[in-house]
Design a binder for this molecule. Structure first.
Ligand code: AMP
Length: 412
């Protein structure tokens, strides 16, 4: 096999990875992708080829932590792709703070900066950085790139980035950062090709997965987004509540006597679809259930999404296009139908057959606002950034030129 680049998305209990090849200097081509799930409980390694063919699916009992997971991954990749060189490793890093407006080649200074951001994303950042440090030990000569979930939203106005608390608190880094940026950046890069009529217009992208958020874009740049200081704000999610009155949190501390750890667990793990339904955090289970609590959870999910579409439309001063992406957005015709039905007042008219077929265009020819389903690909976005920053691929050879936001990124 040709030399390849590796994309790593390290989480608290899983390590996702993708291997890309570079035919000539054009767009990366996916070779295989996989994950090690259940780190710390019952680890399982799976790897599939780009065409979906299973290459590996086996328990990985030796994996007790993130470092072990990278060792296990390195062993499997060596046995599969032994004769090839790793050209570069791109990492998904959740937080780039206010400083990193684009991806960056990792140096000791950058790493120190990113460690300082850990208090802003304590559940994710340490795992992302641990993976970078493990790779530099395993492959000391291979350059690494950090790609941030926050960068795409640095085009937001200072008003939209504001958390209206006293200055001394804001100076400690309390502001609206936004997340899911790599997904939004990928969708923005696809608009000229898939939906050219809205690519330069006012577009709301709904990333509806187990984590869910929306982004209001003008000319493919982020104007506002529903996530803010943390990935708890905005829409109802699988296990996170989305926006709630901060007074509720005070009540949990002051009247119910819960500890910070207990409140954190409630907010990140026990709320949202799971908390409302008491059944599941998976939209498929809830849609299949006749239980009234499951139906209430789905109703709330749709209600909250509809409300945010209204708010973001106001911020954009109108809407030309709506794009659905991620697990629920790409796969659930029912949720798309319900959100679009509730947003009909904006001039959205769904084409029922196209919606069932997953589009890509799912609105009628006469719909004032066009509606689309565009599958996201955060790993490819990371591979693109890694290739460009390391000089492995060239922008002019790629199908989709980088947006201005991406272009600015390469000044780091
Ligand atoms: P993601 O985080 O983008 O991988 O999305 C994962 C979520 O997508 C799952 O938890 C499911 O709730 C949801 N999902 C996947 N397929 C479907 C489907 N066919 N119908 C409804 N929800 C789905």
């Amino acid at each position: 096999m040709d030399d390849f680049s590796l994309v790593i998305n390290a989480g608290s209990s899983s390590l996702k990875f993708a291997v890309y090849r570079r035919p000539g200097s054009e767009e990366w081509r996916l070779e295989s992708r996989g994950q090690i799930e259940g780190i710390g409980t019952s680890p399982q390694l799976s790897l599939k080829q780009a065409d979906g063919r299973k290459l590996i699916e086996e328990p990985a009992p030796e994996v007790k932590n993130g470092r072990d997971a990278l060792d296990a991954l390195a062993r499997r990749l060596r046995s599969l792709y032994g004769g090839s060189r790793v050209l570069g490793v791109g990492h998904r890093v959740v937080h780039g703070g206010a400083k990193y407006t684009g991806p960056v080649v990792i140096t000791p200074e950058v790493l120190a900066d990113l460690h300082r951001l850990t208090p802003l994303a304590p559940l994710h950042q340490p795992h992302n950085l641990e993976a970078i440090e493990a790779v530099s030990k395993l492959l000391p000569d291979v350059p690494q790139v950090a790609c941030f979930d926050t960068s795409f939203h640095r085009s937001m106005s200072s008003v939209a980035q504001l958390v209206p608390l006293p200055r001394e608190i804001r100076e400690r880094g309390v502001q609206r950062y936004g997340f899911h940026g790599l997904s939004y950046e990928y969708i923005a890069s696809m608009l000229p090709q898939v939906a050219p009529e809205i690519a330069n217009g006012r577009v709301i992208v709904a990333h509806l997965g187990s984590g869910a958020s929306m982004c209001a874009m003008k000319h493919r740049k982020s104007i506002d987004t529903t996530f803010s200081f943390t990935a708890l704000d905005g829409l109802c999610m699988g296990t996170r509540p989305g926006a709630i009155d901060p007074g509720v949190i005070l009540y949990l501390f002051q009247n119910l006597g819960l500890s910070a750890k207990e409140v954190e667990t409630i907010l990140y793990m026990k709320s949202g679809l799971l908390g409302i339904s008491g059944i599941s955090n998976d939209m498929r289970d809830l849609l299949a259930s006749h239980d009234s609590a499951a139906q209430l959870a789905v109703d709330y999910f749709v209600y909250r999404a509809t409300k945010e579409i209204g708010a973001l439309t106001a911020v954009l001063g109108g809407i030309d296009g709506l794009v659905f992406t991620a697990g629920i957005g790409e796969n659930s015709a029912e949720i798309r139908r319900r959100i679009c039905g509730a947003s009909a007042w904006l001039g959205i008219e769904l084409d029922a057959d196209a919606n069932e077929r997953r589009g890509p265009r799912i609105s009628t020819g006469t719909s004032r606002v066009s509606v689309w389903v565009i599958p996201t690909d955060e790993e490819l976005m990371i591979a693109r950034h890694t290739g460009l920053l390391l000089g492995l691929t060239t922008a002019h050879n790629r199908k989709h030129k980088p947006s201005q936001t991406q272009g600015a990124a390469y000044s780091h």
